[in-house]
Write a protein that binds this ligand. Structure first.
Ligand code: NAD
Length: 353
């Protein structure tokens, strides 16, 4: 683990194994400088144990930056359960995993991620208070995706305003890749705002429904990033922003929900040099974690979450302003802003012992 490029002085990495239920999992706490490490639990069929550890290391570091830039008093962590999501999430396995989270005494707070459902979190909540994203109880926050979609919408408007001087989306050509929980809601908001939509999804039924409901043009998923567009909104998988995209796609702006959109870190600078305005993914997709964080804080209130999500538009505008002032790529600026908060908290902690 110490030798993998994804190891970044993580504070704590825990392996969890329960032969009786078949559970195998990893919990990675990257940083608690700003508070308890909050991040989702992913269930995935990893090819090797090493691949699972690498994913937990990479994702937990990403959560540190996401939570810091979102202004949350939370650190970054992530957990992965190894196995097919269809079979690895038995009640016994989830209870065993909840006990492992409980042993960390609140240093890690888990929530839904790929392969996990609200019902799974509800089941784990019977064992530990250190999970969030539940469907019942006084402080339950439920499905985070509407908040994620709203944050992306506000980040997108801020990006368009920075590029054109107005955030009016009437007639703007916007491509939405992936019409799942977040992409569908984002596409609806964009349609209501008067945008002209191009859509792509590997699920043909979804594109057929969306085309009829949102008066959208259906495009092949491989072709979509290279269509002439004002904004490309990746809302499916990561890695879609490649060097080829940066250098040749006739796209002016990029703003979407997918995590880890940059295929390689250098694409951030390549897009900046090519005059493409990129709203950093972990900044604009933070609405969901803001919602979960409110539950983790013990006092969920939808109005306050809505106000917090509104900040995403303002932070996006600030990142773009700073990038222009310093002539630096937007991704690098967002990283620096997040790191500044984390380092200030670490310094403060050292001072107070
Ligand atoms: P989802 O699984 O509900 O939807 C994903 C959609 O993408 C599906 O419709 C799927 O068919 C489609 N898809 C998959 N592969 C594709 C491909 N190659 N080309 C085109 N479409 C493809 O997921 P979601 O919850 O909507 O999340 C979407 C993205 O946003 C993910 O990257 C996720 O990590 C990120 N994200 C989600 C949230 C949230 O609140 N759900 C929060 C932050 C980030």
């Amino acid at each position: 683990m110490f030798d993998t490029p994804d190891f970044d002085d993580h504070e704590e990495v825990v392996s969890v194994s329960c032969p009786r239920s078949g559970l195998r999992a990893v919990i990675a706490i990257h940083s608690t400088a700003l508070g308890p490490a909050l991040g989702g639990i992913r269930c995935w069929s990893y090819e090797t144990g090493a691949a699972a550890v690498r994913d937990a290391l990479r994702l937990s570091r990403g959560m540190t930056y996401k939570n810091a830039l979102a202004g949350l008093d939370l650190g970054g962590g992530k957990a992965v359960i190894l196995g097919d999501p269809k079979t690895a999430r038995s009640p016994d396995a989830l209870h065993a995993f909840a006990r492992a989270i409980d042993r960390l005494d609140g240093r890690y707070i888990g929530a839904e991620d790929v392969g996990m459902t609200v019902a799974d979190i509800d089941l784990m909540r019977d064992v530990t208070p250190h999970v969030a994203g539940t469907s019942w109880g006084a402080s339950a926050s439920g499905d985070p995706s509407p908040h994620t979609a709203e944050g992306v919408f506000l980040g997108l408007k801020a990006t368009v305003k920075a590029a054109t001087g107005s955030d009016d989306l009437t007639g703007a050509r916007i491509g939405v890749m992936g019409l799942g929980s977040v992409g569908w809601k984002l596409a609806e908001r964009l349609h209501e705002a008067g945008a002209s939509l191009l859509i792509a999804d590997v699920n043909v039924q979804r594109t057929v429904r969306a085309a009829a409901r949102l008066n959208a043009e259906v495009v092949d998923p491989v072709r979509l990033p290279f269509e002439p567009m004002d904004v490309f909104a990746p809302c499916a998988l990561g890695g879609v922003l490649t060097r080829d995209f940066a250098e040749s796609a006739p796209v002016k702006m990029i703003c979407g929900a997918a995590n880890n959109q940059l295929a390689t870190p250098d694409v951030d600078a390549a897009m900046w040099q090519a005059g493409k305005l990129y709203a950093p993914d972990y900044l604009v997709n933070a609405g969901g974690v803001m919602n979960v964080a409110a539950e983790a804080g013990g006092e969920y209130d939808a109005y306050s979450v809505g106000m917090k999500v509104r900040e995403i538009g303002e932070i996006t505008a600030r990142v773009i302003d700073t990038a222009r002032r310093d002539d630096r790529p937007t991704g690098a600026v967002a990283d620096a802003m997040a790191l500044e908060r984390i380092e200030a908290a670490e310094t403060g902690k050292r001072r107070t012992g």
